[in-house]
Design a protein around this ligand. Sequence first.
Ligand code: SF4
Length: 396
Amino acid sequence: DLDNNLFDTTIHRRKTRPVKVGNVTVGGNNPVVVQSMINEDTLDVDASVAAIRRLHEIGCEIVRVTVPSLAHAKAVGEIKAKLAQTYQPVPLVADVHHNGMKIALEVAKHVDKVRINPGLYVFEKPSSDRTSYSAEEFAQIGEKIKETLEPLVVSLREQGKAMRIGVNHGSLSERMLFTYGDTPEGMVESALEFIKICESLDFRNLVISMKASRVPVMLAAYRLMVKRMDELGMDYPLHLGVTEAGDGEYGRIKSTAGIGTLLAEGIGDTIRVSLTEAPEKEIPVCYSILQALGLRKTMVEYVACPSCGRTLFNLEEVLHQVREATKHLTGLDIAVMGCIVNGPGEMADADYGYVGKQPGYISLYRGREEIKKVPETEGVKELINLIKADGKWVDP
Ligand code: SF4
């Protein structure tokens, strides 16, 4: 309850079932997995292999490729083989933007997870006269979807592979739109229909996503999905993302507002930040979100005051120097504080502190303990010496 939660500083992640995607597991007690998607043409096998490798080397744990045709599906087989020969197996996901099963069935042989979009499983021709679907029509189409989907579900089940049911707010089927409106409820019902089909075929290696380009819609859809899954006793892991977040600072902030908010509530097992930039740019953003929330620690955590009239040195410059010297270390918290007045108290949790002492001098701290006063010109060097003396230094 709220009174108890007020004192709780840990994020309690929603309990989900572990779903294996190649050699990575999404959900269960596993860390939140970072993923992205290459933007190379999948038919260009060499360029795709290079792009997947680039992403994997900087920490992208699952890589998605797009598969618009049967030729692309076959190319994914070559990509997978080439990766295994020249690098290492990387968990791959195929995005199948079709309700045609041939492509999905071919690519399911080569990848670890297939992503399908329920909104694309449409069998009825759009008609301008139509404004609703009767319950009978609705159910009949549901039956057709099941028949269509069954071979893919069976194939993935038999191979021990996974499926993402990836609902997008922007591409709900007309049947869902007319029945539930252009709403989070429509998105959730769309996912539930597909989950139930998979369950009826005894397939539960599922990951669910509810993406939207508007953060409040995305938040509502994921929260409602969690509520409905809880009511139905379902524990599928969730893949979080804000679609079409754009680029630059606002793209990052928008993604963080959506993904970070849900993660803070304990919702989410894998994340993708979608930027209109090279996919390599997405990975540091993912890790920063996870680190800021204390969900994964993959880099040094810097604590620095904003500086004010009391600041005794050029804080921006010193923080930059400290970061450049120490950014390769993992697992440490380092504070850079402008003055002794508030500095030591506010950096209390940091492992090391660099604090303005008096003009021209700084103090180095280990935790709350002041270790030594040194001239500012020696500050960064002495900080490194202190970290070395404690055996926590590794060469870059
Ligand atoms: Fe100002 Fe000192 Fe606070 Fe930094 S730590 S903002 S210099 S009072």
